[in-house]
Design a protein around this ligand. Structure first.
Ligand SMILES: C[S@@+](CC[C@H](N)C(=O)[O-])C[C@H]1O[C@@H](n2cnc3c(N)ncnc32)[C@H](O)[C@@H]1O
Length: 205
C-alpha cells in the first residue's frame, strides 16, 4: 500500500526536513513570485496551498501590497512547525480538497504539491471555484513532470502517489478548470536541472 503524502511530510517535518525543502525550493519560488506579481500594483490576499512550514506565507506577508497571507497543509508536523516559528500566523491543518477560505484570494500559489493528488483536475477546479477571487491568479510550481526524467522514479522511491503530466497537459487542465491567459514556463533552470515547471492562469469573469 502507498504512503499518504501528508503522513510522509508530517514525518519529514518532525525530523526537520521541512527546512531543507524550503532552502531547495527557494530559488524557484523567488522566480515564481516575481512572475506572479510582475506589474501588479493592487493590494492582494494570498493563499499558499500545501504551505509546508509556512515559509512562503511569511515571505509574501512582508510585501507592501499584501493584505493577508495564509497557508494550508494536511501534514500535522508541518503546521505545528509553522505555528511554532510564527505563533501569530494564519495556518490551517486541512486537506486542500475539503478546505475553503472565508475571503477569496487574488493570488493563490502552490509549490511542489499538485501532483500528489490523484486528480489534480479536481483540486484545480475546487480552488478556482472556491478560493480564487475574480481577476485572481493561480500559479503553481512542480518538479515532477514528463520533461524532468530524474523525477520519474520519485513515486517508487517514496512509495507515494504522484500524477505525471507534461506541460501541455497541465496547461489544458488549467484551461478546463475555467482559467484564462494560461501559460507554462520554467524557473531555476540549470545545466543539471530542466527547471521547475511553472503553470499560471487567471480567473477572468
Ligand atoms: C513537497 S512538500 C512542499 C511544501 C512547501 N510548498 C514547500 O515548498 O516547502 C508538499 C506538501 O504538500 C502537502 N500536501 C500533500 N497532499 C496534501 C493534501 N491532500 N492536502 C493538504 N496538503 C497536502 C504535504 O503535506 C507537504 O507539506
Amino acid at each position: 500500500m502507498q504512503n499518504k503524502a501528508t503522513e510522509l511530510f508530517s514525518d519529514w517535518a518532525d525530523i526537520g526536513k521541512d527546512e531543507g525543502m524550503a532552502e531547495a525550493h527557494s530559488p524557484a519560488v523567488n522566480q515564481i513570485l516575481e512572475q506572479a506579481l510582475s506589474g501588479n500594483k493592487s493590494h492582494f490576499n494570498f493563499i499558499d496551498a500545501g504551505c509546508g512550514n509556512g515559509w512562503v506565507v511569511r515571505k509574501v506577508r512582508e510585501m507592501p501590497l499584501c493584505l493577508s497571507a495564509c497557508g494550508i497543509d494536511g501534514a500535522k508536523g508541518m503546521i505545528e512547525n509553522a505555528r511554532r516559528i510564527d505563533p501569530g500566523g494564519d495556518y490551517h491543518l486541512a486537506d486542500l480538497l475539503s478546505w475553503s477560505p472565508t475571503v477569496k484570494a487574488e493570488l493563490i500559489f502552490s509549490m511542489e504539491v499538485f501532483y500528489y493528488f490523484k486528480s489534480p483536475e479536481e483540486l484545480t477546479r475546487h480552488i478556482v471555484d472556491n478560493w480564487l477571487a475574480p481577476s485572481g491568479r493561480l500559479i503553481i510550481g512542480i518538479d515532477h513532470y514528463t520533461g524532468n526524467p530524474d523525477s520519474h522514479s520519485w513515486p517508487e522511491d517514496l512509495n507515494v502517489h504522484m500524477t505525471l503530466k507534461d506541460a501541455d497537459e497541465w496547461i489544458q487542465l488549467f484551461r478546463d478548470a475555467g482559467l484564462s491567459s494560461c501559460t507554462t514556463s520554467k524557473a531555476n533552470v540549470s545545466k543539471k536541472f530542466p527547471g521547475t515547471l511553472v503553470v499560471s492562469g487567471d480567473l477572468i469573469v
